[in-house]
Design a protein around this ligand. Sequence first.
Ligand SMILES: [Mg+2]
Length: 378
Amino acid sequence: MKIDFLEVSAYRIPVKKPVATSFGVMRDRPAVFVKLVADDGSFGWGEIFANWPAAGAEHRARLLVMDIADILFEIDGETPESFWQELDAKTRIRAVQCGEIGPFDQVIAGLDTAINDIAARKAGLPMAKYLNGENARRSVPVYASGIAAYAADEEVARARAEGIRNFKLKVGFDTDSDLATLGRISTGLLEGERLFTDANQAWDVTQAADFLAKAEAFGLGWIEEPIPARSKLEDWKILASKTEIPIAAGENMVGDTVFDEAIASGVFSYLQPDVAKWGGISRCYATARKTLDAGRIYCPHFLGGGIGLIASAHLLAATGGDGLLEVDINPNQLRDAFLDGEMVNGEWQLPETPGLGIEQLPEEISEFQTLTLSRTRN
Ligand SMILES: [Mg+2]
């Protein structure tokens, strides 16, 4: 199979309430969606990570068209995985030379998702079944993500009203106020509900250990990225030895070696690769399988538009295990416009439509387009 045509679009939706994490604030919600058309006319959709930096969405669209499209068009791939391997190998030097390994990884991840979408559509199977046949689940449980501490009470109540029983609060701001909020929310949990936290790399090992000692009584399901994601494994091990709270990470891990070492280290109870940041469906599914084989839990990380969220749901359904699907509770039309009643009582129902089930981009997001570029194979 060869790819004959690609079209990539960047979007931005201004937000009324900026989304705050411990390392910065998102003042709009961006997304980058890519459509690929194969030489037999079949097509597929992918999403490329674009939350950061602030100007990243349009840059990634241009990177795809100006630096990667020609390499993509040269590949005659037998499987989605073979496209990923060739794209990865043939862009490495350039990515290193310009210091942009992340953006290249993210663009290739989006292309991989689109190529897998093409393959699943051709097989006439929904993505989860294309990946794992009848073992794929029909639904997966979700957790409400992106809950800011300052709005935790109302956001948890809103998620609960939608039937969600798992909530993740952002911490890493003011310690006393973070702990007070966690204490209050954990006390108010109903039976069967769980509370998780994400520090977004806010602390060093000592600060993290101090915080977690004080949070021990709250019964937290996990602490996500308590220390910088690229800390030495030795530091992660020291922290893990000081707390009973399970540790989660993976959205900022890149490459098979890094994931293999993280899985083997025993530090991480939960591994969270992001389908739009590295590896696409091909490598994230392989990583998810390795995670399960090692007795760990795979939880896809995702905080973007609709295509990546749908891909994440299929990945989790294909993988199985005790993982939860991350669903951002902040308003975002670039996500919601793709959905059609998938979430029922806190469970994400996987549709039976082939591939990711996306025929075209929803009309209602077109007004938020900031850039559309296309290329045809010569
Ligand atoms: Mg996170």
